[in-house]
Design a protein around this ligand. Structure first.
Ligand code: FAD
Ligand code: NAP
Length: 383
């Protein structure tokens, strides 16, 4: 059976714990989902789609503001199926990052004398508007008697979120691991958690088969089946996830190549970065064990351990001669993690390394990167 976002498999979280230490400035969690019975045939590089749920306390609060009993049944305006009011606001609709049409609908039910004050809020900037959730907006409107169905019509459906699979099916095909950064911002006087990262790490009950999942096979982030191919993996933060899966798979295959002197065949070179070595070295024990093996090399960049930032691309630059020799021997480069800043800057660094090789000629550097891409040796999964 093929599972997809409209027909997910319901797995359960079997284990979860923070990979970051309690005194870290961030929280990244290891989440293990039991998918037995699904026969999901996942490969290294694939992601899993998760159907999240909103925080039940916030849902209960909104229902109270609307004076709607949690178990009262309504038709889902999109599918026409019946659900309780609680189910609809918990799993089927978005109650954060609201569109203006929701707010305009709320405005229709406000007494005329209060309307100007409420409508004036809609002139504030986009960030201010999007930071407030449905509960806030109902409160600004003094909890007007808006019919639940009318409100539902305007809400956007809850969207699934993707997470890179951090484990190999060769190790365990009944379970898969995720590396989840628990996002949270302080805004407008409240803590505003990321919906899905909060659901996976805090809200979903353990051992309860309620976590909707489906496989999102990768179209472009495939790992070599030939273990002789040298690979360079660049994955700061949660970007480490697919690389843990790849190394698990290499170990499970019993491949321990690349020991021939001067050869990079079969070798793996991982660049990892996080904030502090003492608190944020994700899966440190696993990497320490791997570092005993001759085919594996790891360089780490802890950005906040010193008075100046050290990022993965700085480690690439320090080791540029060797990096070029790996590329000359046919290495593939994989980049995973933050798209906005990291992936852009890593690419710029790769270009700078090529540029130096070509005595400052940027056109030749760009051509070299283009060629890597063309040969399928420059692969990115960034978000
Ligand atoms: C292919 C792919 C692979 C991925 N792999 C991983 C992975 O391995 N690990 C991982 O952690 N992530 C991964 N992601 C990212 C993941 O899919 C989610 O985007 C991420 O977890 C955030 O989702 P969320 O529901 O927690 O946050 P959302 O609810 O979508 O919120 C997004 C951001 O807005 C902030 N926010 C929420 N409410 C407010 C508010 N009222 N005002 C201001 N800000 C607010 C949140 O704190 C958060 O920072 C991947 C994405 C893709 C596309
Ligand atoms: N849009 C944003 O502002 C923002 C901010 C944080 C996270 N995120 C998102 O949150 C998710 C999870 O993040 P994460 O926990 O995996 O970690 P992350 O925020 O990507 O951080 C991991 C490491 O990368 C470093 N880093 C920051 N900028 C970099 C750059 N330009 N080049 C190379 N390394 C850089 C960080 O250093 P420092 O933190 O010390 O700079 C940290 O050491 C991702 O989806 C990410 O896109 C977005």
């Amino acid at each position: 059976m093929t599972f997809h976002r409209l027909n997910p498999f319901f797995g359960h979280i079997e284990e979860r714990y923070p990979l970051t230490k309690p005194d870290s400035s961030k929280q990244t969690w290891h989440v293990r989902i039991n998918i037995s019975g699904s026969e999901l045939d996942f490969r290294v590089g694939d992601s899993i789609g998760i159907l999240p749920k909103n925080d039940p306390l916030i849902v209960a609060q909104i229902l109270e503001q609307l004076q709607v009993p949690a178990d009262k049944l309504f038709n889902d305006p999109r599918t026409k199926e019946q659900y309780s009011a609680f189910q609809l606001l918990s799993a089927r609709y978005t109650i954060t990052h609201l569109h203006k049409k929701v707010l305009l609908k709320i405005a229709e039910y406000i007494p005329a004398s209060l309307q100007p004050e409420f409508l004036a809020l809609l002139d504030k900037d986009e960030d201010w508007i999007r930071v407030h959730d449905l509960s806030d907006w109902l409160q600004f409107a003094q909890n007007p008697p808006i019919p639940f169905d009318a409100l539902l019509e305007t809400l956007t459906p809850m969207l699934p979120r993707l997470y890179s699979i951090a484990s190999s099916l060769l190790v365990d095909r009944e379970r898969l691991d995720l590396t989840v950064s628990r996002l949270s911002v302080e805004a407008a006087g409240k803590t505003r958690p990321g919906i899905c990262s909060n659901y996976l790490t805090q809200i979903a009950p353990l051992f309860d088969p309620e976590v909707g999942v489906y496989l999102q096979p990768t179209k472009h982030f495939h790992f070599p089946e030939d273990d002789l191919m040298p690979v360079i993996l660049i994955g700061p933060g949660t970007g480490i996830a697919p690389f843990r899966a790849y190394l698990q798979e290499r170990l499970a295959r019993g491949s321990n190549l690349g020991t021939r002197l001067g050869s990079h065949l079969g070798k793996v070179w991982l660049f990892f970065g996080e904030r502090h070595s003492a608190t944020d070295f994700l899966y440190e024990d696993f990497w320490n064990k791997l570092m005993q093996l001759p085919f594996f090399r790891m360089d780490v960049a802890f950005s906040r351990d010193r008075d100046h930032k050290v990022y993965v691309q700085h480690k690439m630059w320090e080791n540029r001669e060797e990096l070029l020799s790996w590329l000359d021997q046919g290495a593939r480069v994989y980049i995973c993690g933050d798209a906005q800043r990291m992936a852009r800057d890593v690419e710029a660094m790769l270009l700078a390394i090529f540029q130096e090789r070509f005595h400052g000629d940027m056109a030749l550097a760009k051509e070299a990167l283009k060629q890597l891409r063309k040969e399928g040796r420059y692969l990115r999964d960034v978000y």
